[in-house]
Design a binder for this molecule. Sequence first.
Ligand code: GUN
Length: 303
Amino acid sequence: MSETLIIDGKAVAASVTDEISARAQRLLDEAGVKPGLAVILVGADPASQVYVRNKGKMAEKCGFNSIQHTLNADTSEEDLLKLIEELNADKAVHGILVQLPLPKHIDEGKVLNLLKPEKDVDGFHPVNVGLLGAGQSDKALVPCTPAGSVLLAKRALGADLSGKNAVIVGRSNIVGKPVAQLLLQENCTVTIAHSRTQDLPDVVRRADIVVAAVGRPKFIQGDWIKKGATVIDVGINRIPAPEKSEGKTRLVGDVDFEASLPNAAAITPVPGGVGPMTIAMLMANTLTAARRQNGLSEEPALF
Ligand code: GUN
């Protein structure tokens, strides 16, 4: 029998969105402001369609205005940039999210750089990246999946992560790099490992906190996990599940969950771990953006 804590991301996300709903209601009552979130999807990637639909649904549940723009896969870069300019200028829109990846003919950097930093609820604009890197995350919009990952780590380990060895596997702009910044701010000793890292299993074995964000199913093996470590699995990989029946699939993380249970003190499951936190933190960012754009004070940090 394992006594590993399975971190319930769904429950933590629900407590975050409950709090955001209450804060949104207060914002409406006290200042007449209803947060507005615009989500842009270009193309018809099935996974992206699900994410975008869920973001819209949660925005409505939190009492926000949810605006969705679904554009054909062959939409020109110029038309997308024009839409972003319109949303940048729209006072009822406080948050803008462009679902990634974009079709190959569109320059992602150009699109993200055009977003008004104060409406960039994904936290991908260079201004927000820079503020986070400069230790001014109180003025930034912080990327959602990294913020949710750190919140879950704190749920398992308590608020003080000082001195912990954190190993992040993956160096993407969306997850690996910003998680590293956030954990550094929490006084962790941070290592970013990636596909060229030598002796990766040994690097991971030193970690008190493992953040897996490589995008490869069950890549991190159970015997790489130090006894007592906390494992935050950001991966969402769809793999064949012939055991269910012919042609069926299932979701797994970047960590071999079952094989990690004997070693990990706490681990996030996939699904039901980091995934729900991403949407919850998006709601938090949208509310923060709406308050700042109306000159209102910051609310206390979430939990
Ligand atoms: N695609 C995968 N993850 C994300 C995310 O966090 N934000 C956006 N906009 N697109 C994504």
